[in-house]
Design a binder for this molecule. Structure first.
Ligand code: PAF
Length: 281
């Protein structure tokens, strides 16, 4: 595996790689959920390129940024074992060139100002900014993103479609622990009691999806799920049902839906999503 630290090293190394390449952007602290992204990337022709970069602009709290787990040497070993051809692990200078990103350029109404954008203003735009920069630097033909950060996936699809030539985005299913908790680097911050309770988030979303499929009104299902989460000890930010491709509020004729939630448990903010279809009536 080739390791590049600077934009110049990256450009030189990429010149020797196949033109077809699949990017897997990460913030490191790799777990089994990430490894599934690399397995999926290897199914595409050409090279697999990983990035390891913790983007400070997408953290609302400097403390959270400072505490984000960093374990580069272990990550590089995992990337080697995952069959990655090239890893770009730059510093801030290499990514931003000394200038902070212009976040206003990444506003996409309906995608950056809803859900996470309401509770973490600026976060979706900062994700869009770093992903765009990594696209510019690594010039991929395809990229893999996890469905767990579902809003991020939809936003990235938009950015990828806007590019010339467009980048093909491959969605990787959520990888879960045996009790249903979606894998995330943040899970390791849960204390043992919170870890036991955490799977309640997924169970609640599954139950809400089932009740909508059985005919329960969407608003009522959202409200019930929100209340259930509070009873289970979570502090939910939102539980919302959206149309799966656009993230718009669902119309009565929409059949492909997602239910998304963000909730804190013992101070750890967890995200989850369940995608479901409604039968044609
Ligand atoms: O999903 C993540 O790990 C990050 O948001 C990403 C896409 C690597 C951008 O920093």
């Amino acid at each position: 595996m080739i390791l590049c630290r600077t934009a110049v090293q990256l450009e030189t190394a990429l010149a020797r790689q196949p033109r077809e390449r699949t990017l897997v952007p990460t913030m490191g602290a790799l777990h089994d959920g990430h490894l599934s992204l690399f397995r999926i990337a290897r199914e595409s022709p050409g090279a697999v390129v990983a990035t390891v970069f913790v983007n400070r602009h997408q953290f609302d709290d400097p403390e959270d940024f400072a505490c984000y787990p960093r374990e580069e040497e272990e990550d590089f070993e995992r990337l080697r074992q995952a069959g990655v051809d090239l890893t770009y692990a730059p510093d801030e200078q290499a990514v931003w060139g000394g200038e902070p990103p212009r976040l206003e350029a990444f506003e996409r109404p309906g995608l950056t100002d809803v859900l996470e954008g309401r509770y973490r203003p600026g976060h979706p735009r900062a994700v869009a900014a770093v992903v765009s920069r990594l696209f510019d630097q690594t010039v991929p033909t395809a990229a893999v993103f996890g469905e767990k950060d579902y809003q991020q996936l939809v936003l990235v699809r938009r950015l990828a479609a806007e590019r010339q030539p467009p980048i093909r985005i491959v969605a990787a299913p959520v990888v879960r622990e045996p009790d249903g908790l979606a894998m995330s680097s943040r899970n390791r911050r849960l204390d043992p009691r919170a870890r036991e309770q955490a799977a309640g988030l997924h169970r609640t979303l599954e139950a809400a999806a089932e009740s909508i499929k059985d005919g329960l009104d969407v608003e009522q299902a959202q409200r019930q799920a929100f209340e259930t989460l509070i009873e289970l000890g979570f502090e939910p930010d939102y539980v919302e049902v959206r149309e799966a491709d656009s993230l718009c509020q669902p119309a009565p004729t929409d059949r492909d839906l997602v239910i998304l939630a963000a909730a804190r448990l013992s101070g750890v903010r967890l995200l989850d999503v369940v995608r479901f279809g409604l039968a044609l009536s």
